[in-house]
Design a protein around this ligand. Structure first.
Ligand SMILES: Nc1ncnc2c1ncn2[C@@H]1O[C@H](COP(=O)(O)OP(=O)(O)OP(=O)(O)O)[C@@H](O)[C@H]1O
Length: 510
């Protein structure tokens, strides 16, 4: 197709396919007509669901198989398109290691004879932020690069045209998964009932996660928590247990990466006397210990093949067998798993069973890294400041504004765990009433360690600025909210609302 002709093709399509009938049907017709007009073998539309962080195929034309897989941002070609928000051209499917071929299971012949183009479908908000709605993909017989580039531009324009309809489809996808929604007040009440370790969740995404936790906690559904190391997966697993009807029964954990094969199996399922050298007595496994309660399996991707087979049996049949034992024991256990690595890659490598994956991936929850939810940094830092000030009997009142800046700009590769350690160190080093920049580890103070995107997104920058203004006003007013409201020339109601929103404790400034 000549450089300009794609615009003509698009005009043709749009003239003949105005929006008639229901949304899905209309889109389907348009995509079918696009495939015909442009000579594509197949065309598909995958929707990004921000709530579950999954990318699911919603419409697919020309495929004989139904998709059996959903991707996550960053995974495979379409995952990268979502993450980077820019198109990708794959000149030959089989040559691109990122073309994972998980959803449609194409044959080797197909992979050796087709090109693939994937473009993001985005929406721009009034604040000029871009939001990713989904990806539009086309598969075609091999074409040369200039031709593929022209087609890519065509698909981008088509993507812009169908953005509105895609956003409706996104809502439809999200609504289908929707379970009851909880208000912030309900979440706060539930959170308070979780006594002991407090889970801080200020950012929008963490509140969405808390909502998911409340939805799934009362059921027996298996939960798979994903997220980088130190993001709070274990804390969330505990929260699920505490919010469930099993809260008074045991919460048993096992880190699957911590023990080698057989030892891990004996920990999980227990053993009978003489099961292996050194098994002098019998021992209950974690499964039995967790009976009627919750079993938290951390780093599930590290389970050996044998342990995976046994775990699958335990989940399917609800019974286990101790090592060296004949007898089966019935167990009633709710399983929560966690992983920091994409299990899909482990399946690809042949290191993780696909059937087990489907069993445990019933309700996935994704915790984003701390650098992607910077609104949580300050409340978490203040929370740890309070915890450690109490523990080490220090009278530290606040964190200085430049120190807050360093905390917020740092990229936190070790996530919340690293922030916790950093605040513990700061409290130990601090002999004044204020945590200052020199109490923070040197890693936070070097330019390279700060996020490359030091320019925070607009909404976050405003939120941070607002927090600082309010804290400064409260400090001046010695914690008197009415006075702070007067100084800032806003109503008491607004200050009250913002203080709650940012979890600021005015009493700390009295
Ligand atoms: N939202 C949060 N509120 C308060 N504390 C948190 C939060 N998230 C994490 N933490 C704290 O950070 C530390 C690390 O959390 P946790 O052990 O749950 O992470 P993880 O993702 O399970 O890590 P890993 O993958 O390495 O096992 C813990 O001390 C935990 O209490």
């Amino acid at each position: 197709m000549k450089e300009n002709n794609y615009l003509v093709a698009l005009e043709n399509l749009l003239m003949h396919h105005g929006w008639q009938g229901p949304l899905r049907e209309g889109l389907e017709k348009l995509l079918q007509a696009t495939a015909d007009e442009m000579g594509y073998r197949r065309i598909s539309l995958a929707i990004f669901d921000p709530k579950t962080q999954s990318i699911e195929f919603s419409l697919y034309i020309g495929f004989t198989k139904t998709p059996k897989y959903s991707y996550t941002p960053g995974q495979g070609i379409i995952g990268q398109v979502v993450k980077e928000q820019s198109p990708i051209i794959v000149p030959l499917m089989k040559d691109d290691p990122n073309f994972l071929n998980l959803a449609f299971d194409r044959t080797p012949e197909e992979l050796a004879s087709m090109s693939f183009i994937s473009v993001p479908i985005k929406r721009h908000s009034q604040e000029n932020e871009t939001e990713i709605l989904g990806v539009l993909n086309a598969e075609m017989d091999l074409r040369d690069l200039p031709e593929l580039e022209t087609n890519c531009r065509f698909l981008q324009v088509l993507g812009m045209f169908i953005a509105r309809q895609t956003s409706f489809l996104q809502e439809e996808v999200s609504r289908q998964k929707e379970l009851p929604q909880f208000t912030t007040a309900e979440i706060n009440t539930a959170r308070q009932s979780m006594s002991e370790s407090q889970l801080i969740s200020t950012s929008k995404v963490m509140n969405m996660i808390m909502n998911q936790v409340m939805q799934v906690a009362p059921s027996r559904a298996t939960v798979l928590i994903r997220g980088e190391s130190g993001t709070g997966k274990e804390l969330l697993a505990e929260a699920i247990h505490r919010m469930s009807p099993r809260k008074d029964k045991p919460f048993i954990k096992l880190n699957c990466a911590s023990l080698p094969g057989e030892l891990l199996e004996s920990e999980l399922f227990g053993y009978e006397r003489g099961a292996f050298t050194g098994a002098v007595g019998q021992k209950k496994g974690r499964f039995e210990l967790a009976h009627l309660g919750t079993l938290f399996l951390d780093e599930i991707g590290e389970l050996s093949a044998e342990a995976q087979a046994k775990l699958l049996r335990a989940i399917q049949a609800g019974e286990i067998q101790r090592l060296g034992g004949e007898k089966t024991t019935r167990v009633n256990v709710r399983i929560v798993c966690a992983t920091h690595q994409p299990l899909e890659n482990r399946i690809e490598e042949g290191a993780f069973r696909e059937d087990l994956y489907y069993r445990i991936n019933v309700f996935p929850i994704f915790i984003p890294p701390l650098r992607e939810r910077r609104e949580d940094i300050l409340p978490l830092a203040e929370h740890f400041l309070q915890t450690f000030s109490r523990e080490y009997e220090k009278n530290i009142k606040r964190i200085s504004t430049p120190a807050i800046d360093l905390l917020i700009q740092y990229h936190w590769p070790g996530n919340v765990r690293e922030l916790r350690n950093c605040m513990e160190r700061a409290v130990l080093m601090c002999s004044e009433e204020v945590i200052r920049t020199y109490h923070l580890p040197p890693t936070l103070q070097t330019a390279e360690s700060t996020a490359t995107d030091t320019e925070l997104p607009f909404v976050e920058t405003v939120a941070r600025f607002e927090q600082e203004l309010i804290i400064d006003a409260l400090k001046k007013a010695r914690g008197n909210m009415l006075q702070a409201a007067r100084d800032l020339k806003v109503s008491y109601r607004i200050i009250n609302y913002k203080v709650k929103k940012y979890r600021i404790n005015p009493k700390r400034y009295t």
